[in-house]
Design a protein around this ligand. Structure first.
Ligand code: ZN
Length: 1147
């Protein structure tokens, strides 16, 4: 049925006979598989067996024409039909002869290169056919023959897709043979030279071959070649060759020895200098990025300039001998440890594996982690249930009722060790700023023993700014001279020391002159709260912004546009440090552990020994550039990301570069428009007390630092930004995000308590427990007072559903605290919605689950070096008291039949935009995981979607599309999952607020400020109103009808950002160097064959097709690839015109 004449093929059979052989086409009408083999198979078998040169050429030619015109699918089809084997066998047959027929061999090799390029098993097939070493030998014989050599080199390159084949070639001196084919700059045969370099690079896919190349000293040779081609190459002519050389260098530097060799032989300088030239010419631009990546990869790793990676803050844990963990035995879990409840780090491609599919673990409630007898103690945290509301009868006397509302001592720990005896009730406190007595009552707190060292609001660190004003200077002198800090006062009540101090007079004067009215903030109250805060180092200074207060700046703050090639620019500066170490100042200007440090008079001054502060070390590297090293979380050696420090002694109008060099997160919103925040004391004194987003040239990228002790496999990232300070002799503060201290919370709660009308609002602040460091963990109850003391009203009060809100388990997520501030202030407000909510619910709020972490400036952990949001399954009563007691309290609510209607834990997210919720759904988890469990019979109340849906329409920053409701194994010990599973709370959420801003809604393109964060806290409250109509449903076990649910839950585990324009990581394989266009190279070689080489060999059987019309080509194609014929008409058209799709002229 298949005949071929001497000049051309003809198809004598019918198309029908071929149809059945094509597996991919599903035309049911053509049922009968009529022939056992397709036309293609016949062609291939003829190819393998034909001894006749001309018919073999015919076949090769037809195959080549057909394959080069179509898409990869054709080649894949051919491979599936044994195309590679047939070509290899033809190669072996032809190549083995004493004098191979190159007329035949060349088109064969070209076709093999094209097909093999797409056959993943080509290497193994070639080995089986015995074609590998044969090809290498033929190459050896033809090194003088550029065109033939190129053809062999392609095939070798293609064979190297298999490691074992590459090793086989390496063992047989393939590397040496090919290396010798790469000459210094030459204008002739550049095509073949490039192929040789590409083949050499292909061989470097194995460790053994890389090792060989390094040990033979070829790296130096490759560098010299690169240098030569760079310096001699005319503008553009040698770009492909330079690219290929860079690819070789990338491959050889995949080993440590390779990187060392590159550095040793001056590779960094060569690359740096050649890149600088490339930048000057647009045509050479494409060489820059691969060179930069190569430099980043090879720059030697440098230990952080620290004596130890261990945090400078160590806290002796109860029941443990305090030792520094042995880091030799410490396992590096960092890469597995998921960052947030929200999987910020390590976007997991295999996230499905993480979804819980065990129905029992999803449905069955585990046994409580403690005996029932331990629960009744928590009735103290439900004061509203036992309160008699006598003050309602006395409502004509607000003074009295005020004290009633706050009667339960708000500083006394309910659980945990009793604290030192504290004096009287706080009822007599009068914080009213207008009160003349307030100053004398509040100031002396700074001198109590409780805060023995706290010379609160000591302006010591601000003396420079103060000294600029003569009047300020006088005040400072007075304060210093007459009130030596921290030496007066004994153990006395905070409010009872009525001694005036000049120091405080100075503060008062400053406040009176420059203070602005900040809602819910009172500096003196803040100072009083801070005096009682216990920190590991014993902070004695307040950071000015926390004391003075912050107002959101007027206007919006758009995300910062990313400068093009910013990372490249920064990397060049980093490379210069390596190349010219003498230009680097390298002067330590701040060391948390060395306060005696002297620094040059013209350098910036740093400071961070205050609440939430985090700065371990600052090193001046250039005149206006500083490296910043952050302190690891207390009692551990990692989790650096959060920063907050003071800087002064700046020159205004000069831009300073700051590099935070030991960040640990693998990506950051700093690459997507986020800026750090800055607070200027001078601006504040001029009436603008704002934290503002600031900083230019912001970039976050992987650097070459390693831990100081080098025992931990850690990747560090640099956050770099430049700041131009506005004022002379200013004191500024820089932070990762708007700070929110523990003292701020304490002061805020006090103010809220004062602000409410106690006849309307039941507001009670209690202490849930003491933290490890002895700070109190507040729990707040907010609800409406009953209308009267009648049984009915009291009954209604005591049956209101509970809503439990928690926050700030992760200290670095200060944005969560601002959202919580919004929630608290709203719930205490006179807003009618707030009133409705108070009448409908009892709010139980634990606004700071990790006070110790917040105070000591940690990013992630508590003082025991653990992520508290991974302790919920079995919290330790001693080491994780806040979690232990919060969970105990929830158990208690359960035990009295008052399971919360809503639980929400407020968090911050550093890698995503917007605000969103994570919830828990059994069905969605099973669906998403592809579990085989039949969910049809499972009942699930879809009410968990009500709040997110409501928020989507209410809150501008909220994004419903970012929410999901999946239960992950790795999150099984988080608040959200434990409260859902163990407490049976249907609406159990994590609320994630971005550190950056929004990419949707009215805030699109803007960074969020504290105003927007607080607004989010308000909107969350609003959304709770949507539940009030559900209340009946909640109390009767009526099954709610299924509301529509889309099964396509969003995959929250993916970074929501597109890959950064510039690589954050330096990859082992530079993506820009991947994917050589082998096809076009091969084709060019064919085309050029006639020009450059002996024309007699290169006829390529072109005559074969000469007689063919477009029509016959068409029918041939339909015969060979019938199932692929319904391709684009443009392809057909081009075929008819005798031009293949890739522009090649046929015949
Ligand atoms: Zn978090």
């Amino acid at each position: 049925m298949f005949g071929h004449g001497r000049k051309n093929f003809t198809w004598n059979g019918t198309l029908k006979e071929l149809e059945g052989s094509c597996p991919e086409r599903g035309r049911p009408a053509m049922t009968a598989p009529l022939s056992s083999s397709s036309g293609l198979e016949v062609l291939l078998s003829t190819l393998q067996n034909a001894g006749d040169v001309e018919s073999t050429l015919n076949i090769l030619n037809v195959l080549d024409e057909l394959l080069s015109a179509g898409t990869d699918r054709r080649i894949q089809y051919m491979i599936s039909k044994g195309g590679s084997e047939a070509l290899l066998s033809a190669l072996v047959n032809t190549g083995r002869s004493f004098s191979p027929n190159y007329t035949l061999l060349l088109p064969l090799l070209h076709l093999l290169a094209k097909v093999g390029h797409r056959d993943r098993r080509i290497g193994m097939k070639a080995e089986e056919a015995g074609a590998v070493l044969l090809t290498l030998n033929l190459l050896r014989k033809n090194v003088q023959h550029a065109k033939r050599a190129a053809a062999f080199l392609w095939v070798i390159q293609v064979f190297c897709s298999s490691v074992s084949t590459a090793n086989l070639l390496g063992e047989n001196q393939g590397l040496d043979v090919i290396y010798r084919l790469i000459p210094h700059y030459a204008t002739k045969n550049q095509h073949t030279i490039k192929v040789a370099i590409d083949a050499f690079a292909a061989l470097l896919c194995t460790k053994a071959n890389v090792h060989w190349v390094v040990s033979k000293g070829y790296i130096s040779g490759l560098l010299r070649l690169y240098e030569d081609w760079h310096s001699n190459g005319a503008q553009d002519d040698a770009i492909p060759i330079r690219h290929s050389l860079l690819r070789c260098l990338h491959k050889v530097t995949n080993s440590t020895a390779g990187r060392q060799a590159l550095v040793l032989h001056g590779g960094i300088r060569l690359l740096y200098e050649s890149t600088q030239t490339c930048l000057l010419s647009k045509g050479l631009e494409s060489l820059v990025e691969p060179s930069v990546q190569l430099m980043r990869k090879c720059l030697p790793t440098t230990p952080l300039p620290l004596t130890t990676d261990q945090s400078a803050y160590n806290f002796p844990l109860p029941g443990r001998v305090h030792t520094v963990p042995d880091m030799d035995t410490e396992e590096d879990l960092r890469s597995e440890e998921s960052d947030d409840e929200e999987a910020e780090d390590n976007p997991k491609p295999d996230y499905d594996d993480d979804l819980e599919t065990d129905l029992n673990k999803l449905r069955v409630r585990p046994d409580p982690d403690r005996p029932k007898e331990l629960l009744p103690q928590y009735n103290r945290v439900c004061p509203e249930l036992s309160h008699d509301f006598q003050e309602l009868d006395l409502s004509s006397e607000p003074e009295e009722s005020s004290s009633a509302s706050s009667s339960s001592s708000d500083d006394e720990a309910v659980f945990g060790p009793p604290r030192r005896d504290r004096r009287k009730s706080s009822a007599s406190w009068d914080w009213s700023p207008s009160s003349s007595g307030s100053h004398s009552e509040t100031e002396p707190e700074g001198h109590t023993a409780a805060a023995s060292n706290l010379e609160a609001c000591d302006f010591h660190s601000h003396s420079s700014i103060l000294s600029t004003s003569p009047s300020f200077r006088t005040m400072v002198r007075e304060a210093r001279g007459e009130a030596p800090p921290g030496q007066r006062g004994e153990e006395v009540g905070d409010e009872e020391d009525a001694e005036e101090s000049h120091h405080c007079t100075m503060i008062d004067t400053l406040l009176d002159r420059h203070g602005v009215c900040i809602p819910h903030h009172e500096p003196r109250l803040y100072r009083a709260a801070a005096a009682q805060t216990k920190s590991i180092p014993g902070f004695s200074i307040l950071a000015f912004p926390d004391f003075w207060g912050h107002l959101p700046p007027p206007g919006h703050e758009p995300m910062a546009p990313r400068k093009p090639n910013i990372q490249r620019k920064k990397v060049f500066e980093d490379v210069q440090r390596f190349l010219n170490p003498d230009d680097i100042i390298d002067q330590v200007v701040f060391d948390l552990e060395d306060s005696s440090l002297q620094c040059p008079s013209d350098s910036l001054r740093f400071y961070s020994k205050f609440e939430c502060g985090n700065l371990r070390k600052a090193v001046q590297v250039r005149r206006y550039e500083y490296d910043i090293i952050l302190n690891a979380d207390a009692n551990c050696n990692q989790h650096t990301q959060w920063f907050y420090f003071e800087v002064s002694n700046m020159v205004p109008g000069t831009s300073y570069r700051f590099n935070v060099i030991n960040c640990e997160k693998s990506n950051s919103q700093f690459n997507y428009g986020m800026q750090p925040v800055l607070y200027s004391v001078r601006e504040a004194l001029e009436g603008r007390p704002h934290w503002v987003r600031t900083g230019a040239e912001i970039c976050y990228y992987r650097n070459n630092y390693c831990p100081a002790q080098c025992r931990r496999r850690t990747t560090f990232y640099t956050l770099t930004f430049t700041i131009t300070f506005k004022h002379n002799e200013d004191v500024c503060y820089l932070a990762y995000h708007y700070p929110y201290t523990y003292s701020a919370l304490k002061a805020n709660l006090k103010l809220l308590q004062r602000s409410v009308d106690p006849t309307k609002v039941f507001f009670q602040q209690q202490v849930l427990c003491s933290t490890l460091a002895g700070n109190s963990c507040p729990v707040v109850t907010i609800t409406a007072c009953p209308a009267s003391r009648s049984w009915r009203d009291m009954h209604q009060l005591r049956n209101r559903p509970c809503i439990v809100l928690t926050c700030r388990v992760h200290p670095g997520e200060s944005n969560a605290s601002w959202v919580m501030k919004g929630t608290l202030e709203f719930l205490c407000s006179s807003d009618p919605v707030a009133q409705s909510l108070r009448e409908a619910f009892i709010f139980k709020i634990i606004p700071m689950l990790n006070p110790d972490g917040v105070i000591n400036g940690t990013n992630r952990c508590d003082l025991n070096g653990e992520d508290l949001n991974r302790q919920w399954s079995k919290p330790d009563p001693v080491l994780s008291p806040t979690i232990y007691h919060t969970k105990g309290f929830l158990y208690y609510l359960n035990s009295i039949g008052r399971t919360p209607l809503v639980f929400c834990d407020y968090h911050g997210h550093s890698r995503k935009k917007n605000v969103f919720l994570y919830g828990c759904s059994l069905k969605e988890t099973l669906w998403q995981s592809g579990s085989a469990v039949n969910t049809m019979g499972l009942k699930e109340d879809p009410g968990y979607r009500t709040i997110p849906k409501t928020l989507d329409s209410l809150a501008p920053a909220f994004s419903f599309n970012s929410c999901n409701y999946l239960v992950e194994k790795s999150r099984s010990s988080t608040a959200r999952v434990v409260v859902w599973r163990e407490m049976g709370v249907l609406r159990s959420y994590t609320m994630e607020s971005t550190h950056n801003g929004c990419d949707q809604g009215i805030y699109k393109g803007l960074q969020t400020g504290t105003r927007e964060l607080q607004e989010m806290g308000v909107k969350f409250c609003h959304s709770l109103l949507s539940l009030t109509k559900d209340l009946k449903a909640f109390y009767s076990p009526r099954t709610i009808n299924h509301i529509d649910m889309d099964h396509k839950s969003h995959n929250c585990f993916e970074d929501d950002e597109p890959p950064c324009v510039e690589q954050i990581e330096y990859s082992t394989d530079c993506p820009l160097l991947k994917g050589t266009d082998l096809d076009s190279d091969v084709n060019r070689n064919m085309a050029r064959a006639d020009e450059e080489e002996d024309g007699d060999e290169g006829q390529r059987g072109g005559t074969l097709c000469r007689g063919s019309t477009g029509q016959s080509q068409q029918s041939m194609k339909s015969y060979l690839f019938p199932h692929l014929m319904r391709q684009s008409s443009s392809e057909k058209r081009s075929m008819c015109n005798g031009v293949s799709a890739n522009g090649q002229i046929m015949s």
